[in-house]
Design a protein around this ligand. Structure first.
Ligand code: 3PY
Ligand code: MG
Length: 249
């Protein structure tokens, strides 16, 4: 099947992804039923491993939301398992150089473009019996820019062939800039984010970002992002609980 995120991006429509960091398939199903265009299963900061991600991807694929993963690191073994489990896009953390990005792209593509090994167990069930013939052009690859090194090399990273785009990690980037991880309102961080959006657009690549607050999510929409994640499952539960309690106290 096609990747609906590519269709939205091509139409210049903002795509929204939910973010599941608790290793539970019911939670993934609830989030996926919420109306998002995609749901990302986070294996980097989510406190669970690939085995727990599989029922989460199954739950997400009962809906129209595109199943994405954030892998825990730039590892061919883990990325291959997650793609075999039916992930239709991978967000890879801590991409610092064009070499890192090339290694990531190779992990997500079958030969000759890459070195992905063959065994798409759930890939067939989600992607269809013709999975092998379209996987290389369907699966979305987003490299995270979230270090000073990655920021400095962003233009080279964006020029890696078949990398679809970048995904900005504002908290790690803020820490690298000597700021607090939630310093979302600072000029310095926002200038860097705007620069990355402009670079991605210049090279015809997609750009997404994680937004921990609604103020930030709104601003990121105005910055021209293709993809915005308006907070994690945990952040949303905490924020909505606090809002309800405050309203009733
Ligand atoms: C960051 O802000 O560093 C992230 O990785 C967000 O997911
Ligand atoms: Mg990060």
């Amino acid at each position: 099947r096609e990747n609906r995120l590519r269709t939205l991006f091509a139409q210049k429509k903002l795509a929204l992804s939910g973010w599941v960091s608790m290793g539970n398939s019911l939670l993934a199903e609830v989030v996926a039923n919420g109306g998002y265009d995609a749901v990302t299963v986070d294996l980097q900061h989510g406190l669970f491993s690939v085995e727990s991600a599989i029922p989460m991807l199954q739950a997400i694929s009962t809906t129209d939301a595109v199943p994405l993963v954030r892998c825990s690191e730039n590892s061919l073994g883990e990325i291959n398992k997650l793609l075999d489990a039916g992930a239709y896009g991978v967000i890879c953390p801590l991409i610092n150089t064009a070499d890192d990005a090339e290694r990531f792209v190779r992990a997500c593509h079958y030969s000759p473009r890459g070195g992905r090994s063959y065994g798409p167990a759930r890939g067939f069930m989600y992607g269809g019996p013709d999975y092998f013939t379209h996987a290389n052009r369907t699966i979305l690859t987003l490299a995270m820019i979230e270090t000073n090194e990655g920021y400095a090399n962003a233009e080279a990273i964006l020029q890696v062939p078949d990398l679809d785009g970048i995904f900005i990690g504002p908290s790690d980037l803020a820490i690298e800039m000597g700021l607090a991880p939630d310093a979302y309102e600072t000029r310095e961080l926002n200038d860097a984010i705007r620069t990355l959006v402009a670079l991605a657009q210049k090279h015809g690549k997609y750009v997404g970002i994680f937004a921990g607050t609604m103020d930030m999510a709104q601003r990121m929409k105005e910055f021209g992002m293709d993809l915005v994640v308006p907070g994690t499952d945990i952040q949303q539960i905490k924020a909505e609980g606090a809002r309800r309690i405050a309203a009733l106290r």
